[in-house]
Ligand binder design. Structure first.
Ligand SMILES: Cc1ncc(COP(=O)(O)O)c(C=O)c1O
Length: 376
């Protein structure tokens, strides 16, 4: 196969759509003809279905994953200047949501094996002003929730879980997003459970928190034109809810495909000088991303370029840690503050992994990775 040049995208949203096209088209047509484009029946129905899937009491759909994080923080009624611990190696959304609300993002370092926030680093960062911890289960795998929840209980600080990249993953048999006080997710097209645009949700077992979040997402309204809180407008469109009802039905099947692809990558690369994502006994990885670690940034960059030349797209998640982003320059962080997060940014490379990726295309990727290492 090395002789034939294929084109392998990093992600293919329309190919994923084609996997479930017939039912999705029908569901979309029904909404279009029904005319209830905002808060149609599908929105409530999707919330019920997701609550059943997650085995959680309350799901509140909203406009996107960043809003979900903002709504969770708003519901905790924190005061300006309160501190919220967030991972230094992450998409910017958590730190951004914290800062937007006038709170202080306090970064913590990362466990190099799981890519997730490190429990010891969290404990080091706790002060008398810490009011919440945001745990992001990155790339599809759970953070060390037992250790983190022990710390959270010890200091009486609520945990918000961000499962934007890990919906459907598990920790000791429990769905991620249901272990802390509030769970947040995104339905951005690359996610495990994805819609065809923006979408998000917040979930909680706590009735009071959930009813507050529901109001906050709808202009703080208790009932029509009665505003109990200063809220925002963060709605999931009916069309997106209709798509999500269809996609939720195939979520487990699609996670199994991701897991099969991950297993094939692991089998094929076992003897190469790369570090592969691992699945410990207490977690079920959902492989939203398949991130390998190279020895150096030069090696990572040359593998990326080599694969690009062969028609294979890869991504660097993430090229810079949050604390070194210009947006947080005034916070006083500097290079060297979070060595693991900084090192990961130099050596990670995400390989294509999505439900519609064929084994043939994956074999092509694998062959070229092997040939890069002279192991063809
Ligand atoms: C871990 C994580 N949290 C939050 C978000 C934000 O989600 P959204 O783009 O829906 O606002 C993302 C988006 O990619 C993400 O990866």
């Amino acid at each position: 196969m090395l002789g034939h040049k294929l084109k392998v995208p990093f992600f293919d949203a329309s190919a994923n759509y084609n996997l479930n096209k017939i039912v999705i088209d029908e569901a979309l047509q029904k909404v279009l003809e029904g005319g209830a484009y905002i808060n149609g029946a599908e929105v409530g129905l999707f919330a019920q279905h997701l609550a059943t899937y997650l085995n959680v009491n309350h799901v509140i759909p909203c406009a996107n994953g960043t809003d979900a994080l903002c709504l969770a923080l708003m519901a905790l009624e924190l005061q300006r200047g309160d501190e919220v611990i967030v991972p230094a190696f992450n998409f910017i959304a958590a730190a951004e949501a914290v800062a937007h609300l006038g709170l202080v993002p306090v970064f913590a370092d990362i466990d190099p094996d799981s890519f997730n926030i490190c429990a010891n680093s969290i404990e080091e960062k706790i002060t008398s002003k810490t009011r919440a911890i945001i745990v992001v289960h990155l790339f599809g795998a759970a953070a060390s929730m037992d250790a983190i929840l022990n710390i959270a209980n010890k200091y009486q600080v609520p945990v918000i879980e961000d499962v934007a990249q890990s919906l459907g993953g598990e920790y000791n048999g429990k769905q991620l997003g249901t272990l802390g006080s509030i769970g947040c997710t995104s339905f951005f097209p690359t996610k495990n459970l994805a819609c065809f645009g923006d979408g998000g949700a917040v979930f909680s077992a706590d009735e009071l928190l959930a009813s507050k979040i529901k109001m906050l997402a709808n202009h703080g309204q208790e009932k029509k034109y009665v505003h109990k809180y200063i809220g925002i407008n963060s709605r999931l469109d009916t069309l997106q809810a209709a798509v999500l009802i269809c996609q939720l039905k195939v979520l487990n099947q699609q996670i199994e495909k991701r897991r099969a692809l991950a297993m094939r990558y692991a089998d094929a690369m076992r003897n190469l000088p790369v570090s592969l994502p691992n699945e410990t006994i207490d977690i079920k990885h959902s492989f939203n991303q398949y991130c390998i670690k190279l020895s150096t940034s030069e090696q990572r960059n040359s593998l990326k370029e080599y694969l690009e030349q062969k028609g294979i797209s890869t991504m660097v998640y993430y090229s810079s840690p949050n604390h070194l982003q210009e947006a947080f320059a005034s916070s006083g962080y500097k290079k060297g503050d979070f060595p693991v997060a900084e090192q990961l940014c130099q050596i990670v490379l995400a390989l294509p992994i999505f439900p519609a990726l064929s084994f043939t295309h994956q074999d092509y990727i694998i062959e070229h990775i092997k040939s890069f290492f002279g192991d063809a």
